[in-house]
Design a protein around this ligand. Structure first.
Ligand SMILES: Nc1ncnc2c1ncn2[C@@H]1O[C@H](COP(=O)(O)OP(=O)(O)O)[C@@H](O)[C@H]1O
Ligand SMILES: [Mg+2]
Length: 376
């Protein structure tokens, strides 16, 4: 986070924004203090005036003989006891206005709509394995801007599928559609013959192990990160296996505290590649039916990437692997490649089918896919 402004030469921009916010806060506090400096003395002045009036009037009545000194003194004592609560009522108003300002912010967060779908109540066991996930004529738009149009795709159990296309073509959006993070504008999503919207979201998400472009490592130990969100406690052997698959085992073994080493803000800093490998190990442990790798290996060198992908393919034979990658070695032996261009699926097939059939695919491979020596 802190490197963001530095890398973008944006120190001045951030500093000026911050300065302006501090100045705003300062002038608001001065304003509040000004109001306070008038209302508080007024409140006290009112109380003192009240006491003086009572003393003068009461004294006058005593001198007239229409009031006893005892009654005046009792009246004064009651009055003094009343002044405290009256002041409290005035303070209450100040505190109330203060709290109202802060709670409005909190409520705006609390009022964020929870993900809901009226139809979603079936559990995932209402669909029997093997699973086939499919998008039928799916269209997605951000407000009015169409991002993907008439998408038809299917992911069968045990298949190894790749999605390719230029940056911004909508690959990550497809992942967000099938994991139901985004709703379809048109079309449908199915698991076997069942409409996805009928299955409750919690169960639906349990279908996917996702290693996304976003960094989902948080502060805590390596182990905390590995078992984050799992619905079972993996054995030591399973954790060891996960680390081996993700090519992390030796690195972690050399740490004095092993998997208990703290990482994140106050712990050890991980490299981009280490973060990605940790997320892969976590996704493996989730043991989900669909493993999604969205540019999950972009920070790894090609040998490490190939090693990990091969490990995953061998070990997760019965699972579906969906990969979005920019390296030829990762996509070349996919069972099916979906090539996205101009919001639609231009074509799909194996790498060699597409090379033969689709000139745009040839161009894309030539210009945008990272090739390493062993790929050529
Ligand atoms: N929150 C958003 N609001 C509007 N447009 C968005 C938003 N997120 C992504 N997009 C647009 O959607 C398109 C597809 O994005 P994305 O699926 O992330 O592409 P890819 O993963 O293929 O690089 C891009 O053109 C992007 O500009
Ligand atoms: Mg993306």
């Amino acid at each position: 986070m802190l490197d963001g402004p530095k890398l973008n030469n944006a120190e001045n921009y951030v500093y000026n924004n911050f300065k302006q916010e501090v100045n705003n806060l300062f002038s608001l506090s001065v304003k509040a203090d000004k109001v306070f400096s008038i209302t508080q003395p007024l409140q006290r002045l009112f109380a003192i005036t009240l006491i003086i009036v009572v003393i003068i009037y009461g004294g006058f009545r005593v001198s007239q003989g229409t009031l006893t000194t005892g009654t005046l003194i009792s009246f004064m004592i009651f009055l003094l006891q009343l002044i405290g609560p009256i002041n409290n009522v005035a303070d209450f108003y100040n505190n109330y206005m203060n709290a109202k300002g802060s709670t409005e912010k909190i409520f705006s967060i609390l009022n964020t709509k929870t993900e809901k779908n009226k139809l979603s109540n079936l559990d995932i066991h209402s669909v029997s394995k093997p699973f086939t996930l499919s998008l039928k004529n799916a269209t997605f738009a951000y407000s009015e801007t169409i991002i993907l149009k008439n998408i038809n795709m299917c992911f069968k159990s045990g298949e190894n599928i790749a999605i390719v296309g230029a940056t911004g073509s909508g690959k990550s959006t497809i992942i967000n559609l099938i994991t139901r993070l985004y709703p379809l504008k048109e079309g449908m999503l199915f698991l076997n013959q069942k409409d996805a919207l009928e299955i409750n979201l919690y169960d639906w998400r349990s279908l996917f192990g996702v290693v996304s472009q976003e960094n989902t490592i948080f502060s805590g130990s390596i182990l905390d990160n590995l078992i984050f969100g799992l619905n079972y406690k993996p054995s030591e052997e399973k954790i060891e296996k996960a680390l081996k698959i993700a090519n992390l085992y030796t690195e972690i073994k050399h740490l004095s505290k092993g998997v208990y080493t703290l990482i994140g803000e106050r712990g050890m800093k991980l490299s981009g590649g280490q973060r990605q490998r940790l997320q892969i190990a976590r996704a493996y442990l989730k043991d989900a039916d669909f493993l999604i790798l969205d540019e999950a290996t972009s920070s790894l060198d090609s040998n490490t990437e190939k090693g990990i992908i091969d490990n995953l393919k061998t070990i997760m034979k019965d699972k579906t692997i969906i990969s979005i990658a920019h390296r030829l070695s990762t996509i070349v032996d996919a069972d099916r490649i979906y090539f996205i261009e101009n919001k639609v699926i231009k074509d799909f097939g194996t790498h060699f089918d597409l090379l033969k059939r689709v000139p745009e695919y040839r161009k894309y491979i030539k210009e945008q896919i990272i090739k390493v020596e062993e790929d050529i």
